[in-house]
Design a protein around this ligand. Sequence first.
Ligand code: GUN
Ligand code: ZN
Length: 437
Amino acid sequence: MTRLAICADLLDFTAEPAAAQPSDAAVRFRPAHWLLVEGGRIHSVQRQAPDAALWPCVDRSGHLLLPGFIDTHVHSAQMPVVASWGAQLLDWLNTYTFPAEAALADPAVAQASAQQFVRALLAHGTTTALVFPTVHAAACEALFEQAHARGMRLVAGKVLMDRHAPVGLCDASLAQAERECIALIERWHGRGRIAYALTPRFAATSTAAQLQMAGRLLAAYPGLYMQTHVAENEAEVRWVAELFPQARSYLDVYARAGLLNERSVLAHGIWLDDTDRAVLRDSGAQLAHCPSSNLFLGSGLFDWAQARRVGVKVSLASDVGGGTSLSMQRTLAAAYQVQALQGDRLSAWQLLHTATRGAALSLGLGAEIGCLEPGHIADLCLWRWASTDLARQRQQQAQPLHERVFAWLMLGDERDLVQTYVAGQPQLPQRAESQPC
Ligand code: GUN
Ligand code: ZN
């Protein structure tokens, strides 16, 4: 069995950090420890260097070793439209996003796009993602192939749309969309580390019949996920109310179609009311908070504190291309700022936990990823504490661990990344400085 030992500052969580003041109770920091990996899983953690004859050693003391980040909502075909100027959601979709996604009708484009996207995720320290490809089954297939070839945990599904989008982006018929979903589910769901998510884009681009078909499949196949968007933008919310006058709310459109359960991930959720929040809590569905996207598209300020009070599960997501970076550090920094604007100060522990152990638990993957725990899959990222002069100066000044990690989150990005490991396998080209000892 392949073995590897890495020495670094190990940081992960043993419980959910408290919401009020930064408290280290749930934080497990093991500076200059060796993490041993065997057969793709974490074998053990120890202070002493292992026998180098038995364990190939990578000594990166002074670096930070974290569980790989989990991005719970991102669009693989939207990298080419990141940072498109001047539009709110509905115009942005029509002007930039739909044309970009239409290009993936060409399987060669879909193939190249999937390859670039998976590489980009790993180059930003994200080892697990919930991904919207496009409506094209071949684009979804290409994405699964890229992730599977690397042994990556990835959740995705072909996007479902049957109205209010260009013809080339709409499913030809209900029956064909259902057949394509079933073929992809049977080929990919549970293969290696791939899971299938029914992926109705949002209520405005699916008929009630299409949403119901997705609900039927969700009930028929155990372990499927469901991902969609909800209540992101006020004009969108008004439009959905016109399209589904019988529904109590935007969220209720999905509830009526049987789309809410503990493996449902709904992006944004800014414009929800208390009844919606109670429905989310009771169904176990989670909101994927997309702070950089919400700021960039001018969608609104998600009230995380309110969701927490009600007991709604919340994870964090880049939402590229509405979001402006695949970096989860940048996403966490934006999340901090959005809460600060509402008088709530998130600790570095809450932020980091949400993007690692918290997301793993809310996706039902807590026994596999999110922690540096023996038996977990070795999805890991090795980071520098600082890569810019500003961040270096800040790190020299910062003393308690919380301050160091908070500064790292606020000032850092993918430039800090030294190596990403998926099931113990390095994914990035080794730089000279990161050769094994
Ligand atoms: N709502 C429906 N489609 C999309 C999308 O691609 N991005 C975002 N941010 N919101 C959406
Ligand atoms: Zn999105």
